[in-house]
Design a protein around this ligand. Structure first.
Ligand code: PLP
Length: 383
């Protein structure tokens, strides 16, 4: 008999973080590991962000608690940023600053789901979506995307029923890098809004997008915006995942409930990093653009390289810094474990993302590691 609550006992720890832990343990033993597990950019934060942190340390009162939902200055900066980037207007009272985008999603599910409420999630999915929904006693309902990881509105609409409370949209998508077709997204969002279904739009990778322009769900219409909990984070765009600053924008009633939950758990996000976030959001995006241009070169290289390996096939993703190739073996956990043990290449198995026979490879690592990693995978597959 476990002492744990049923909810805690059923919660699966993050698969991405556990493969990273294994890879770093091997690195500590002096092994030359190629780490394709990373869920974070491999660049330093911008100089102006670091400078903002240094300056903020000296600010009078910086060590005090801030408002639970974040400082007024940061919430204003977030509103100005969303308006400038996506043309969507929110007021500071519609914003909550959270400990990474992760906490925004966690709070949203806790605030909105009752036992058994269905949450429609396109699959493959970021593993935390179903785990967090279940932890809030909701019931994930998965909609498979096709072999290029594209989402069909028709398939989603079939799942909408009286029990559907929410729909998750994450485009560009972790783990596939897929950018969903805007026409399909518009149909889904409008149908959801019509039926009173809430949309959780996770725009974590909105800036890491190559051929297309980002399609922002709350920009569709005022009606869709009212039904949307819009989530974003500074983690990827500004290469500061460790600073733990994310945010949500939604109707006041929802934001207030999320703030009440946060007031009983973490209280405010880090006061120092809230200052850094103002600097990041207000500056030109030159460093982000340079990072994305580099990611695009690596994406092109890794997709071409993977498709040359017999038994592996990989669609060309249009965003994020992941590829999600099909591997010549169904059991992705076994394949990834053996690849790490035999060839010291860390990839994340597809199973926790909802699709067997695939692995997630992050190309947020130096080009020479990509070249070496591809060689080792080729050897591994060749036997
Ligand atoms: N949403 C998606 C799809 C992600 O991939 C991540 C991080 O990997 C997050 C949200 C949360 O990021 P953070 O908590 O670092 O802001």
């Amino acid at each position: 008999m476990t002492v744990l609550s049923k909810r805690a006992a059923q919660l699966k720890p993050s698969a991405t973080l556990s493969i990273s832990a294994k890879a770093s343990a091997l690195k500590k033993q002096g092994k030359n590991v190629i780490d394709f597990g990373a869920g974070q950019p491999d660049v330093e934060p911008s100089a102006y962000v670091k400078e903002a942190v240094k300056k903020a340390v000296e600010k009078k009162g910086i060590g005090k608690y801030t408002a639970v939902e974040g400082t007024k200055e940061l919430r204003e900066a977030i509103c100005a940023y969303i308006q400038k980037e996506q043309g969507v207007q929110y007021a500071p009272e519609n914003i909550i600053v959270t400990v990474g985008g992760k906490q925004a999603i966690f709070n949203a599910f806790q605030a909105l789901l009752n036992r058994g409420d269905e949450v429609v999630i396109p699959s493959p999915y970021w593993a935390s979506f179903p785990e967090m929904a279940r932890y809030a006693l909701g019931a994930p309902v998965f909609v498979d995307t096709d072999e290029k990881f594209q989402l069909s509105a028709k398939d989603v609409l079939k799942e909408f029923n009286i029990k559907t409370k929410m729909m998750v949209i994450n485009s560009p998508c972790n783990p596939t890098g897929a950018v969903f077709d805007p026409d399909e997204l518009r149909i889904i969002a409008e149908a959801a809004a019509e039926k009173g279904i809430l949309i959780l739009a996770d725009d974590t990778y909105d800036n890491i997008i190559y051929e297309r322009k980002h399609f922002c769900i709350p920009a569709i219409s005022e009606k869709v915006k009212k039904q949307t909990v819009y989530v974003n984070t500074l983690s990827k765009t500004f290469a500061i995942p460790g600073f733990r600053i994310g945010y949500a924008a939604a109707e006041k009633e929802i934001v207030s409930a999320m703030a009440a939950i946060q007031s009983q758990s973490t209280s405010n996000a880090d006061s120092l990093m809230q200052e850094a976030a103002i600097a990041a959001l207000s500056a030109p995006k030159t460093d982000t653009e340079a990072m994305v241009a580099e990611f695009q070169k690596r994406r092109d290289y890794i997709v071409a390289g993977l498709n040359r390996i017999p038994g592996i096939s990989c669609p060309m993703p249009e965003g994020a810094f992941y590829v999600f190739p099909k591997i010549p073996f169904n059991d992705s956990v076994k394949w990834a474990t053996e690849l790490l043990e035999k060839k010291l290449v860390a990839v994340v198995p597809g199973a926790p993302f909802g699709r067997e026979g695939h692995v997630r490879i992050s190309y947020a690592c130096p080009m020479k590691d990509i070249e070496e990693g591809l060689n080792r995978i080729r050897e591994f597959v060749g036997g």
